[in-house]
Design a protein around this ligand. Sequence first.
Ligand SMILES: NC(=O)c1ccc[n+]([C@@H]2O[C@H](COP(=O)([O-])OP(=O)(O)OC[C@H]3O[C@@H](n4cnc5c(N)ncnc54)[C@H](O)[C@@H]3O)[C@@H](O)[C@H]2O)c1
Length: 437
Amino acid sequence: MKQPVSIKKPEGKLGILLPGLGAVATTTIAGAMLARKGKGDPIGSLTQMGTIRLGKRTDNRSPLIKDFLPIAQLNDVVFGGWDLFPDTAYESAVHAEVLGKEHLDLVKDELQTIKPMPAVFYPEYVKRLHGPNVKKGKDKWEMAEQVEQDIKTFLKTNGCDRGTAVWCGSTEIYQEPTAVQQSLAAFEQGLKDSDPSISNSQIYAYACLKQGVPFANGAPNMTVDFPAMWELSRERNVPISGKDFKTGQTLMKTILAPGLKARLLGLRGWFSTNILGNRDGEVLDDPENFKTKEVSKLGVLEHILQPTLNQKLYGNIYHKVRIEYYPPRGDAKEGWDNLDIFGWLGYPMQIKVDFLCRDSILAAPIVLDLALLMDLASRANFHGIQEWLSFYFKSPMTAPGLTPEHDLFIQSMKLKNTMRWMMREELITHLGNEYYD
Ligand SMILES: NC(=O)c1ccc[n+]([C@@H]2O[C@H](COP(=O)([O-])OP(=O)(O)OC[C@H]3O[C@@H](n4cnc5c(N)ncnc54)[C@H](O)[C@@H]3O)[C@@H](O)[C@H]2O)c1
């Protein structure tokens, strides 16, 4: 990534394309519409409410991020998406039961205009869902071409200058990369051969990148995290990022674990369980789909605690994560954590966390920020993996061979320093020595 000499202004309209118009996507769309009408606050969104310190502490310069960076304004965004269910964004939001009628009714007319484009849906990747709004095509290559055409038509009909995509579709079954993921040429041949290791989300991602549309992946599927996509993103000069929005329990984990490590408190075990009853929970009830999520959730502790450097404290951790589908809860998930920790002379202690969270309420600001920051990255001429956006992900993508950074506080510093760097402001090290000279 080269430091930009200048960043293109966000002129014209930005199309935010969301494959998967379910709970997270519709909560994001409705929230952005409410925020631009002044009927709700986009809480949790750095691009809308965050500030950034510039220069010395004594300079008192802390502008809003949206005033500091040339990001698209909410008034200039248009939402669209794909889903295998034909429900409009309004109907889907009602079905998701995240936002109340008092909110949805204020933007009902606007939400009703968002009708999902037919989905690329090979059911073997998400076995629990069956919907009628699906594309027909002779092979995966033709499906990708149809998505590319959808993108062009959407941007043209809505008078958009450019687009950006965030995968908000269901979690797909667990897959390891195969030979078709190893190069762009192999992947393109795989599309023509309808290779079984090319999943739905990979087809959308391929089409978006071909159209120069940045792609962020909110689910744990590999989607853009393999050599063929890295190659395509370089070739087309398009940014990519992922994987899996960092919300709920993992957010708590990446807040707590760095604290324990900073104070050198040992960890013997961390048991996490969840109950949730939304469609995401239903999909994750299938063991093959849960496996994808489990892998994404389990990596976090090891990377934060670095057991190889701290054998005595973290060399023998029992880490277990469960997700139970429990319909009465809907989107109002409950996540329990039990931490068995130890301190001075090895004496044991316990921490219990019971987080009664709302998954989509935590995910919506992430979707909005990613859409806007990926568009910014594209105008700054960045391409390939956007590691500075690790802050938003459970399982951040990195260059091959690099260990991901999971600590929320390091991620936040990295994010803000990248913002400073791209705007040619001084980086902040927190050394602070200059105040005492
Ligand atoms: N809510 C959170 O806190 C959170 C956190 C991390 C990751 N995620 C991930 O975000 C995604 C969305 O979560 P959600 O709660 O909105 O789930 P959801 O089930 O409400 O929505 C997903 C939507 O994607 C659609 N879909 C599935 N396959 C598709 C395809 N091939 N093309 C188009 N649409 C497709 C489904 O029909 C559904 O409407 C899931 O993968 C979830 O694991 C959510």
